[in-house]
Design a protein around this ligand. Structure first.
Ligand code: ACO
Ligand code: KIV
Length: 400
């Protein structure tokens, strides 16, 4: 693993390509500002040729004076590059399919033609004074010979900063991704960084991103909440957590910004994350099961490898159907109600918790609604500690 990687966020471009999702100009500038303040180095901030709003949004980011470099995605065609220039992009993500399937069957061009179009696009971007990232779209289904030739012809030091290898359909696995990066890294001038762009069709986007870094990639692309085309992209929070805690790789992003970023993207995309969403999900730092809570109260390493403080969150314990007396005692201790509770009282209080949960009426709901209710009960409510405290006072009162 390298000591550090560059982080490129593409929520504003690939994330916005999520079917049915679009962001207003103000939302884009707000998200770009937060990403930049968090320490993200580069933003793939939009596709200016797609709409005037994208041009305006990129200009707005420049006017807001954000520190992150503002990038624009473009095909190697004059109109896209002109739009990126109009948007005042610092750099361009210039993409061209590399697989024969995409070249021959959907674009109807040969490898030679693709190479020539790309070379002309490179010259156009450079002529317009913008920085350049070359994107090999569908690289994970492309011929290594064709990609090697493109490396020689369009990925030249002094012209190109990064080569982005895109697993556009999410068909790679960690082994193939690692091998692809290694092969092209041997061909590429070391002044140019390889960057991974992965999709999550098999749920492997994060694993493939990490494998790419292992193979020699020195930059990664991610989206907040993993939103993006189809099953989405590599999730920013997951990638950063793994890089930090599993591999010790620096990335320059302040992890305490991740929950806020996640909530902002939930709000502006309308796509809500599950409570189990790694790193930023509502249940990630919460525990209910009695045996777990008992262990956690003795040593938090028992069931916690990702410290909540890393993202600025707090550890929580939920009283519920699966609780044990350890948490009942802890609640009484934390609320200052009682420090020393006999076994019989603790057990009676636990029974109150369990019967309260068992008494919840879920009839009249269809299956989907019931599942949602269960989620809400688990994620948000459990049983309030007040129930235990009130019951304790009732028992203690009755005893005195
Ligand atoms: C893998 C990725 O995620 S790439 C990014 C994908 N993102 C988007 O498509 C979102 C933004 N897109 C848009 O707003 C629109 O598609 C536009 C404005 C870019 C283009 O719209 P239209 O001109 O109406 O074309 P349309 O989208 O229907 O078709 C795409 C055209 O681009 C061509 N094309 C696709 N990729 C490339 C490429 N890398 N280089 C050159 N041409 C390309 C296609 O061959 C097709 O050309 P044709 O119309 O001559 O057959
Ligand atoms: C344009 C590139 C980076 C892309 O989104 C893809 O190939 O998935």
């Amino acid at each position: 693993m390298p000591a550090a990687v560059d982080v490129i966020d593409c929520t504003l471009r690939d994330g916005e390509q999520t079917p049915g999702v679009w962001f207003t100009v103000a939302e884009k500038v707000e998200l770009a500002t937060l990403l930049s303040e968090a320490g993200v180095l580069v933003l793939d901030a939009g596709f200016p040729a797609s709409s005037g709003a994208d041009v305006e949004a990129l200009q707005g980011m420049r006017q807001a004076g954000i520190a992150a470099a503002v990038g624009a995605t473009a095909r190697p065609v004059q109109q896209d590059i002109a739009a990126a220039r109009k948007a005042q992009a610092d750099e361009v993500f210039l993409f061209m399919p590399t697989s024969d399937l995409r070249l021959r069957e959907t674009l109807g061009i040969t490898r030679d033609q693709a190479a020539r179009i790309m070379r002309a696009g490179v010259d156009e971007v450079l002529g317009n004074g913008m920085g350049l990232n070359i994107v090999f779209e569908d690289a994970t289904r492309a011929s290594p010979e064709h990609m090697a030739r493109l490396v020689d012809e369009v990925c030249l030091p002094g012209e190109v900063s990064r080569l982005i290898l895109a697993d556009s359909v999410g068909c790679a696995h960690p082994g193939s991704m690692r091998a692809l990066v290694r092969t092209l890294a041997e061909r590429l001038d070391p002044a140019i960084d390889i960057c991974a762009h992965t999709h999550n069709d098999y749920g492997l986007a994060t694993a493939n991103t990490l494998a790419a870094v292992e193979g020699g990639a020195r930059a990664i692309t991610c989206t907040v909440n993993g939103i993006g085309e189809r099953a989405g992209n590599a999730d920013l929070a997951e990638c950063l957590a793994s890089l930090t805690h599993l591999h010790g790789v620096e990335h320059g992003v302040d992890a305490t910004a991740l929950p806020r970023l996640s909530r902002l993207v939930e709000r502006i995309s309308g796509i809500h994350m599950a409570a189990t969403k790694p790193v930023t999900g509502g249940n990630v730092y919460r525990h209910e099961s009695g045996l777990h809570v008992d262990s956690m109260l003795k040593d938090v390493r028992s069931y916690e490898v990702l410290p909540p403080s890393w993202v600025g969150a707090e550890r929580g314990y939920v009283l519920g159907k699966h609780s044990g007396t350890s948490l009942v005692r802890e609640v009484l201790r934390r609320t200052g109600t009682a420090t020393d509770v006999d076994d019989d009282t603790a057990r009676r209080l636990l029974d109150t918790v369990k019967s309260t949960v068992d008494g919840w009426d879920k009839s009249g709901h269809d299956a989907a609604h019931a599942a949602k209710e269960r989620f809400v009960a688990t994620a948000l409510a459990g049983v309030s500690p007040d129930v235990v405290v009130a019951e304790y006072h009732r028992i203690a009162g009755a005893q005195s």
